[in-house]
Ligand binder design. Structure first.
Ligand code: NOJ
Ligand code: MG
Length: 562
């Protein structure tokens, strides 16, 4: 039974619109905590660590997919939307997890993957078996090929992971047959969202999880469900696309997606109050197009990926923050900040590279290696900036430990389809998915009782282990705990940001909820203003009146004695 909204839970979760300033912690179940010793994280492992999350001070967690899946794309290839993969546990384990989270006042969001299923999904298997023109095929995007014998793909679309976006099947009679679209891996056929079966099925899946007590859904590839009618060729070059709105691609951000989310919103409303939420994973630009997903009758949150991808540059960060607050504010939506997730290089490493922009392709041993100390210093400052901004925020497991990317994974252990389909041009995302270090001295750093880990951990993870930081003043986990506590006390997520002109354009300074925030991105120390005292700092201060380079502080008006 979902307790959100009851008077005995945390103040932020008592409100109907608790999600507007919630901090949600992303759990990647495979790599969070392993309970049974097989080296793969699982749901009982998550449940056992829920007190750690409550103690950290987050409002809830989002679980990346744990559904039945061949794990061709780490679970984003779902074979059964209503069941748990045996590697992760059982439905009873989900119920236990939700009940325990509920006791601790934590909301549980699950991942919904509506753009594509696994090729092992019974619907896809039935579609292949049923033949061209059948109702079973109409649930996916099957088309005849071009060329004299249909030997060419129906159009020129490419997979986001590299390689062609179409694969030809062998028909049940053994002849070469139709092609199916997969915007991602060959094992992830795209649904046809113009088919009523697909819409009805996903509404039923939403109800299945809402009835089990989830507080909402992170919606995978939310901008991809609808394709331009007729599936026209992509006529733009990659260089042109980089400068055009996302919907210049005939498979992204098509207007038809919005009626899907409006229908889901109505469905979710029937479960509240408090609100059950939809969070869009939509890589859409410009921000005005992103805001369309967050209109009052659609989704509640959408990740601010422009913030995640922004360079460590005060002017650019300020522009991104202003654009985000302005465009989301115009539709009454909170901004939803994020710095790391399971698809990008961890921000503690990204910000330690020579060009800390959007690093999504991964880092290999032979590549220039990030500066760990620089990256961590900036990451802690970036986090303090993020947690002071008005709106909601998502954290990715391990970032509260300052965990770096594993940048020297042996190539032979890489599993990400990005690595395979890019023909090794991109390292892929395995480096940010390495099992979490809980305990510096234990085998596998305490990830699993046997010490087994599905990906190897680098030896330096010992320094970042949770138990090595617990209670240690100045440690990253203690910084997160302090920042989350102060954020809640001051209700920073509900604030209004007012920029303060700083001494340098490379110092970001703003006031919100009576707190002044300063982030020094310049190459010199920045003086602290008179009349304010430090209540939270991302790193050591060399003197009481100055903020060091790559450091952020939160300030409160100084109390005067006497
Ligand atoms: C976005 C997910 O975050 C990513 O991990 C996945 O590979 C793609 N969507 C395809 O589902
Ligand atoms: Mg396990």
């Amino acid at each position: 039974m979902l307790r959100l909204g009851r008077p005995d839970v945390k103040p932020t979760l008592r409100e109907r619109d608790w999600w507007r300033d919630a901090v949600i912690y992303q759990v990647y179940p495979r790599s969070f905590a392993d309970s049974d010793g097989d080296g793969t994280g699982d749901l009982p492992g998550v449940t056992a660590r829920l007190p750690y999350l409550a103690d950290l001070g987050v409002d809830g967690l989002w679980l990346s997919p744990f559904y039945r899946s061949p794990l061709a794309d780490a679970g984003y290839d779902v074979a059964d939307y209503r069941d748990v993969d045996p590697r992760f546990g059982t439905l009873a384990d989900v119920d236990t997890l939700i009940a325990r989270a509920d006791d601790l006042g934590l909301a549980v969001l699950v991942d919904l993957v509506p753009n594509h299923s696994s090729d092992q999904h019974p619907w896809f298997q039935a579609a292949v078996a049923a033949g061209p023109g059948s109702p079973e095929r109409a649930r996916y995007l099957f088309r005849d090929g071009r060329g004299a014998t249909g030997e060419l793909p129906p159009n020129n679309w490419r997979s986001g992971f590299g390689g062609p976006g179409w694969t030809r099947i062998t028909e049940p009679d053994g002849r070469p047959g139709q092609w199916y679209l997969h915007l991602f891996d060959v094992h992830q056929p795209d649904f046809d969202w113009t088919c009523p079966d697909v819409r009805a099925e996903f509404e039923s899946v939403l109800r299945f999880w809402l009835d089990r007590g989830v507080a909402g859904f992170r919606v995978d590839v939310a901008h991809g469900l609808i394709k331009a009618p007729g599936l026209p060729d992509l006529t733009r070059t990659p260089e042109e696309l980089a400068t055009l709105p996302t919907h210049a691609s005939p498979f992204w951000d098509q207007d038809g997606v919005h009626e899907v989310y409006a229908a889901w919103r109505r469905l979710l409303e029937s479960y509240g109050p408090p609100d059950r939420v939809l969070c869009a994973e939509a890589w859409v630009s410009p921000p005005e197009r992103m805001a369309r997903y967050l209109r009052p009758e659609e989704m509640h949150q959408g990740f601010a990926f422009d913030f995640l991808g922004c360079r460590w540059d005060a002017t650019q960060l300020r522009q991104v923050i202003d654009a985000e607050l302005h465009t989301m504010g115009a539709v009454g939506a909170p901004s939803t900040w994020v710095l790391s997730n399971h698809d990008v290089v961890r921000h503690a490493s990204r910000l330690g590279t020579a060009d800390p922009g959007p690093v999504t392709g991964g880092i290999r041993a032979g590549d220039p290696q990030p500066d760990r100390a620089l990256g961590l210093r900036r990451a802690r400052a970036a986090t303090l900036l993020m947690l002071a901004l008005p709106g909601a925020a998502y954290l990715y497991q391990g970032e509260e430990l300052g965990l770096p990317e594993h940048t020297r994974l042996p190539d032979e252990v890489r599993e990400d389809p990005v690595w395979v389909r890019s023909e090794h041009a991109h390292a892929g995302r395995d480096g940010c998915r390495v099992p979490i270090p809980w305990s510096a001295q234990a085998p596998g750093f305490g990830f699993s009782p046997t010490g087994a880990t599905w990906l190897p951990q680098p030896p330096e993870f010992a320094e970042y282990a949770a138990d090595a930081q617990d209670g240690v003043p100045g440690s990253t986990v203690e910084l997160y705990r302090a920042a989350l506590r102060l954020r809640r006390e001051h209700r920073l997520g509900r604030g209004r940001l007012a920029w303060v002109s700083a001494m340098s354009s490379e110092v970001l300074a703003f006031d919100t909820c009576g707190v002044r925030v300063m982030v020094n991105l310049s190459s010199e120390t920045a003086a602290l203003p008179d009349g304010w005292s430090v209540i939270c700092q991302s790193g050591p201060l060399e003197s009481a009146d100055a903020v060091p380079v790559d450091t952020a502080v939160w300030l409160a008006p100084a109390r005067t004695c006497g």
